[in-house]
Structures are given as C-alpha cells and as structure tokens.
Write a protein that binds this ligand. Structure first.
Ligand SMILES: *Cc1c(COP(=O)(O)O)cnc(C)c1O
Length: 390
C-alpha cells in the first residue's frame, strides 16, 4: 500500500468501536478485570509484545494504542509509545539506552532542549554527551568509544537544517554496538523512512505536523524490534504517558498530514528559492534547494520537503532583523511549527564544535497553508521596509 492509503487506515478499527470511524477517547485510570483468570492473563500480556488495549490508564488506552499502531506502521518500525511532549520523547529515547559511565554522540545542530539536558541532568547521572559536526558522515567512527551507547541524529538539523548521512552513521554505530536514535520530526514518517535507513529508534514531536493545528503537545517514539524492550521499560519506569484527548487530536491530524505536508513542502520550497534570489538574503538554509550542501543526501534519502527552513540576511542588513520580523503580517512571531499557519522566528543557534556563520542575521520560517503568493508579498513588503532604512 502507498502512504496516502496507509495514513487513512492505519490504527483504525471501526468494527471494535460499534462502527465509529474514529477511535473514541477512552478516559480511564482503573481497568476492571472480571475475575482472577482475566487479571492474570492481562498481566501476562502486558509483559509480552502482545499488550492488552487496556491494562492501566498510564500504560495506554485504545486511543493511544491506535496512534501508536498508526505511527509504527507508517514509519516501518516495530512498536511506538506516546509521551506528553516531543522533549519527553527525545529524553526518554536517550535514557532508555545510555546510563552512568556511558557516552552519547549528538549533532551540534541538535534540538536545543536535548543539548540542555545533556549538560545538566544527563551529566549529573554520569552520561557524557559529545557533540559532533552534523555533516561528519562515516568519519564519526573516530569519535566512537567502547562506552558509546547512543548515536543521536537529527536531519535536517534544528534551526540550521544541515543534512546528515544517516545510513553511513548507522553503519558505524552498528559496527560498534551503539543504538541510532533519530529525531525525525521535520520529515515525519512520510518523508523519511527512518527504519529503512538504519535508524533503530525514531522520535517525533507529534506537537508539530502530526497534530498539525498548534493546539496539542505530544511526543511519539518508535523502536525496531531489537530496541523495543528497553524503550518500553524506560517509558513505563519513567511513567511516560499522554492524555487520550491529545492522542485523539493527533489521530485526527494524522489523517490529513499527507496533503498538508505536500502543500506546505511545495510552498516552502518555492519561497526558499525565491528568497535565495533576493539581494537582501545572504543564504537560504534548506536541503530542498539544489545548491544546498545537504541537497544530494536529501534527494537520495528523503521523499520530500516539509514547510520549515531558515535564511540569513546580508551582514549589513542584520541590524534590521527585528524590524523585518515585526513588519511581517502573515508570518506570526512564534516558536514551534507544523501547524496550518505560517510562523517566523529569529535564530541564534548555540554551537560547540562547528561555526555558525550568520550571527544575528538568521530567520526561521514555517510555511503554512496560506496562498504562497500572499506569503511572498508579505516577505517582499518587509524587505521593502528595511530597504528604506539603509
Ligand atoms: C519542537 C521539537 C521538539 C520538541 O517537541 P515539543 O513537543 O515542543 O516538546 C523536538 N524536536 C524537534 C526537532 C522539534 O522541532
């Protein structure tokens, strides 16, 4: 089946819910067993890979299980779990596989809160995180130690959109017994088949494109069969769970994610190319553009672009970044992304081992479902405004 078909049917079982098209919201903590035999059976099943739909609210409900099933199926993984946010998903995925005295490799372009916890709580717990150039490829082998348990990847990188050679990095990781954990939020399960490219554990901030309407916080982690037990144990031990209402919204969003992504990716690529031709722009950071350093890898491994990219103003215009952003009318100034609406945000990415060349000049755009011509006009009038300042 093609993805457009899968995304309509994955995780849906109308026959189990009196014919209802969508899996209903199951609100429960306690789940009552009819007798001791059922009690024993459910405990046995919960400990196996054949978990019951309802065991205890924290362990999931038919609503969360439907989302988990759909996400695992779409990405080609074994099983998924849900989390109250994308950050909790990222953190649990690392904690499941790394412990005291062990080593984690993370790209210098990693999502900010993952960088933060690496220097705070992970450090206190004795997990050492070493940052690497996201474009390192197979040369990552030189950084691998006997204690390396996790090679964390994220492509394209947060804020600056560097592509990573995931198959090359995964080959090194697997030679050394390390687990490849990927933040695949940008591409969603539709645009990058993480498990086909050597990823063992895939993380999604479902807050973004999956829910797609800027109204829900949610994370999903999917593991391959080999990593499933450890991920399940960490998820349950840490008490990670998500509300059935939020899982319902994610399922509803998921059904239209394909068409939203196709439209938003196309509009974003069109706008990125237009921005690259503007005299006010120093560089556009988007692997979908042919002259981007990550384009060849993106074209080889990815199935499309989503709606998020960044650009840098020319150095002499950087002092007008605030005015440029304030002048935009259709791009609202806000963090997060993946909704139906366009957003803008200044970027000042922290770096440990690489250099960011566009200090105070970087701007991230999330392209929504508005007409791309209107979005272009909005950007053009904001450029017009800062041009009158010079
Ligand atoms: C937003 C984001 C997260 C975190 O998701 P939240 O739901 O906001 O906690 C993780 N990774 C990436 C790449 C993100 O953009």
């Amino acid at each position: 089946m093609k993805n457009d078909t899968r995304i309509v049917h994955a995780g849906r079982h109308p026959e189990d819910f009196k014919g209802a098209v969508n899996v209903p919201v199951y609100r429960t903590s306690t789940v009552i067993a009819r007798n001791m035999d059922e009690w024993d059976r459910k405990h046995r099943e919960q400990a196996s890979t054949n978990e019951p739909d309802l065991f205890y609210g924290r362990h999931g409900t038919p609503t969360s299980k439907a989302l988990q099933q759909a996400m695992a199926e779409l990405e080609g993984g074994f099983r998924s779990f849900v989390y109250p946010s994308g950050v909790s998903a990222c953190v649990t995925a690392i904690m499941a596989f790394a412990g005291q005295g062990e080593h984690v490799l993370a790209p210098d372009s990693v999502y900010g809160p993952v960088r933060r916890i690496s220097g705070t709580m992970f450090k206190r717990f004795g997990i050492e995180t070493e940052f690497y150039d996201p474009r390192i490829g197979e040369d990552i082998e030189a950084l691998v130690r006997p204690t390396t348990r996790v090679i964390y990847v994220e492509a394209p990188g947060s804020l600056t959109f560097e592509m990573q050679d995931i198959p090359a990095i995964a080959a090194v990781a697997h030679r050394h017994g390390a687990v490849v954990v990927m933040d695949n939020t940008w591409a969603t399960p539709l645009l990058f088949r993480a498990f086909d490219h050597g990823v063992d554990v895939s993380v999604h901030a479902a807050t973004k494109y999956v829910t797609g309407h800027s109204d829900t916080m949610l994370g999903v982690v999917t593991a391959n069969e080999a990593c499933y037990e450890r991920l399940k144990a960490a998820t349950l031990d840490l008490g990670q769970t998500a509300s059935p209402d939020d899982c319902y919204l994610a399922l509803r969003g998921l059904r239209t994610m394909g068409v939203r992504l196709a439209r938003q990716g196309q509009a974003a690529t069109e706008l990125a190319a237009w921005l690259a031709s503007r005299p006010e722009v120093e560089r556009v950071m988007s692997p979908a553009l042919p002259d981007d350093p990550g384009h060849a890898i993106w074209k080889r491994d990815f199935l499309g672009a989503s709606g998020l990219f960044a650009f840098a103003l020319k150095p002499d215009l950087a002092k007008f970044r605030r005015e440029f952003i304030d002048a935009l009318k259709l791009f609202a100034l806000g963090g997060s992304w993946g909704g139906y609406e366009s957003l803008v945000m200044p970027i000042d990415p922290p770096r440990t081992v690489t250099r960011y060349a566009y200090s105070n000049a970087g701007i991230r755009l999330h392209v929504g479902l508005e007409d791309p011509d209107d979005l272009k006009d909005d950007l053009a009038q904001a450029f017009g405004l800062i041009n009158t300042r010079t």
